[in-house]
Design a protein around this ligand. Sequence first.
Ligand code: G3I
Length: 378
Amino acid sequence: MTTTTTLKSFLGRGQHLGTAVMPEPLIQDKSYGELICSEFDTVCVEHHLKWQPLLLQGRGEHVYDFTMADLVVDWAQSKGLQVKGHTLVWHVTSPDIILKDKSPQQLREAIRRHIFTTCGHFNGRVKSWDVVNEALAPDGSFAETLFTSRIPAMELIEDAFKWARAADPNAELIYNDNKVECVHAEKSMKMFSMLESLKRAHVPIDGVGLQAHFDAAGTGLKRPATPGSLRDQIRRLATLGLRVNVSEMDVRIAKLDNLDEATRVQAQCDIYYKATAACYREPAFEGMTFWGFTDKHTWCDQFYWKDTPLLFDRDYNKKPAYFAIQDALKSVRDNAEKVKDDNEWTGSWVPQSPIASSQSEKRAKVGEALPDWQLEAQ
Ligand code: G3I
């Protein structure tokens, strides 16, 4: 009998590998659940654990419907998979219609009640929570949102983590954001300063999620983080006593449209291999979650363009990207050659930045609160 080695069989002690999960394909498609169980040890509910989708529509802020979230969490528990809770406080998926007329004190109370209700319902079934997601604008300033129009950002973040700790004392509490994978990016530096201040104030933050939604065709600030910059970012965050995870990784390649398919695939394999090998070698790194595992169910098709960013194709066949991840995990397990300290991507797939990135980048607006996919569509 051939025993197929799966991705999670290459993980070291304390390391995890996961994927975002949607309830519908879990119900409708047997292969979807089977592959998750064989390849990963962790799942993250992609949408249905957020504030808006948890409310029973039309019934105000006090009537929750946990059906779809429970379906995924209960399934994961039955399969021995760990669950990453995503996400308690994110302005993009909060019930704005309910919140928009509240006073600052009423808004704080609504957020506190949401955190206690949600963490209380899942108490003991969720290993970690993305307590606050994407509180920063692309330039590292605080995103100006419905929340921060009434509550100072740092106060909101501090309270959210304290409430989450009280609501679920055993869960790991994480701050999660995008475009913070490069150690030198302005947003990364400002995120570090924010976390340093919060840790100095003894706010109960245990970890950081680097989303890693990469576009191989990205230039300047949109270029994927090199392994060297990812590694240095993990090490710098570790100086605050924080654990680091890659929380939403996918690698879009469709916009490398002036290259042939083989070169686009090579770009994807390079990025997946080098990011994985660099991260999993770091003691403070605890694991990687892909934002889905099959191109059949990638959020990119709805939010960006038709792309093939993940490890399995639409028919659940393993792609070269799958083997790039497997090789990287194997190289870390066997302590094989260290990934070169690339501080610049090299290879025929790397697009030339039109002009020096500092000039080519349209300065992000201070306080920009639009999510990444809307900004990149501009
Ligand atoms: O479930 C409903 C379905 O009943 C309805 O028919 C359909 C059409 O309206 O909508 C479905 O809900 C959609 C949901 O995804 C499930 O597919 C929501 O409209 C849609 O807004 C939601 O998008 C998710 C988005 O976060 C907002 O929650 C994406 O799938 C998800 O990939 C994306 O993930 C975010 C992370 O949470 C944070 N980081 C960025 C990342 C990508 O944007």
